[in-house]
Design a protein around this ligand. Structure first.
Ligand code: FAD
Ligand code: NAP
Length: 336
């Protein structure tokens, strides 16, 4: 077991925030996890790519940095493959691997930062597809007992940017591998969401391949989202709120341009970015932190900001949205 002391976490979180921890332990396999448990090092926090955390100060814990690699086909037939992926693989590397094998299912999830092990945590999603649509099971180790457990899809309770790992069993399991099912044939590509259709139309593409959908998604993402390598951020800071149709109708009487997307017969989703923009926060710059000028859902660190400032800005945004619209928005990012 290697314990790295005195490491600044700045390069290990996409907000680029300075912080220390009790030590960082790189984990390359399951045995490394058991070694840490035998040493009884507590408390423990698990880190992947650091693209969905906000560090509000030093971390009073030992950090297990997930480096478990490997992409392995474990079963297949003429229609699909079952693939087991090490939780420390980068998500986008997995997407590129799938595309290189002509396997469908992850093309809309191109260019999402972070690790495969964190993908089930919040059931990552983009452009109308969530990872649960290809999820088969995951392998995890219970941190307190050291017992291995396989979680099948139903047990994970996947929801909108949510799973059992984000609430009921939060911080209790180290996810070591995720098993996905990807299609060789008999699939339909999803292009009805956001700007994908427009980008494909401009290129004159009528029946797009999975590669063309992935390229369109990458093009849109690069044009809209701040690159964490250039400006610190953790993607969308807040979840989009879901409200009743009655509440939405009342809001629409007041705000004619309020956008919405149906979730069920009784509920609609309102883009939190619209609410934040309407409340006047878009493009805000306060000391070294702020709200991105193109995407109000993204809080940013311009360079020397600190996590507490970002946290307080997030609270202020939630409070203001509640005051103006009577809607409670919640952070999507994990606050450490
Ligand atoms: P981390 O930030 O390292 O960890 C996040 C949480 O998961 C922590 O609580 C951590 O303890 C836990 N965790 C991590 N690994 C494990 C493990 N192996 N076992 C148990 N717990 C673990 N998200 C989307 O859903 N859709 C998007 O389109 C999207 N776009 C983004 C764009 C940008 C520019 C950025 C910066 C972020 C974006 N995100 C998006 C958010 C983020 O990329 C995802 O949530 C991603 O899955 C986080 O992975 P990570 O490895 O960086 O997790
Ligand atoms: P967008 O396309 O400008 O749309 C704004 C919001 O409206 C999105 O958040 C999306 O909700 C919703 N929306 C748009 N079209 C929709 C449709 N046809 N059906 C249902 N909902 C629709 O959003 P964007 O910021 O450029 O992001 C594009 C996609 O990438 C979204 O899916 C977004 O979630 C994802 N993304 C996520 C993060 C993150 O950190 N979580 C960061 C960047 C992008 P949903 O978010 O529910 O899809």
């Amino acid at each position: 077991m290697v314990l790295l002391d005195n490491v600044n976490l700045k390069n290990l979180n996409t907000f680029g925030l300075h912080a220390k921890s009790k030590g960082i332990i790189p984990v390359y396999n399951e045995i490394n996890v058991f070694e840490v448990l035998t040493e009884r090092l507590t408390p423990i926090r698990i880190l992947g790519g650091g693209s969905n955390i906000l560090l509000t100060g030093d971390v009073d814990a030992f950090i297990l940095k997930n480096e478990i690699k490997g992409i392995e086909i474990i079963d297949e037939d003429e229609n699909q493959v079952m693939v087991q992926v090490g939780a420390g693989e980068k998500w986008h590397q997995f997407v590129l691997w799938a595309l290189s094998q002509n396997l469908a299912g992850v093309e809309n999830l191109s260019l999402i930062p972070g690790s495969v092990g964190a993908a089930p945590m919040q059931n990552i999603g983009a452009y109308g597809v969530e990872q649960e649509s290809i999820f088969h099971c995951l392998k995890a180790i219970h941190l307190e007992s050291g017992i291995r457990k396989v979680f099948f899809k139903d047990e994970c309770k996947f929801g909108y940017r949510d799973s059992i790992f984000k609430n009921i069993v939060k911080d209790q399991y180290f996810i070591t591998h995720v098993v996905y099912i990807l299609k060789k044939q008999n699939y339909t590509v999803r292009t009805d969401y956001g700007a994908i259709k427009d980008v494909l139309a401009v290129k004159g593409i009528v029946t797009p391949s999975i590669h063309q959908v992935s390229e369109a998604v990458i093009e849109i993402r690069k044009s809209k989202l701040p690159d964490p390598a250039l400006i610190g951020n953790a993607g969308s800071f807040f979840k989009n709120p879901v409200v009743s149709v009655e509440m939405f109708n009342a809001l629409q009487n007041k705000y004619k341009d309020i956008p919405s997307y149906p979730v069920s017969a009784t509920d609609v989703k309102i883009p939190a970015g619209w609410l934040i923009e309407k409340a006047g926060f878009k493009g805000l710059k306060r000391n070294h932190i702020g709200v991105h000028h193109l995407q109000a859902l993204v809080l940013v660190n311009f360079g020397d900001g600190n996590g507490k400032e970002i946290y307080h800005l997030a609270l202020e945004i939630c409070q203001t949205i509640n005051n103006i619209f009577g809607i409670k928005i919640e952070p999507e990012v994990n606050i450490w």
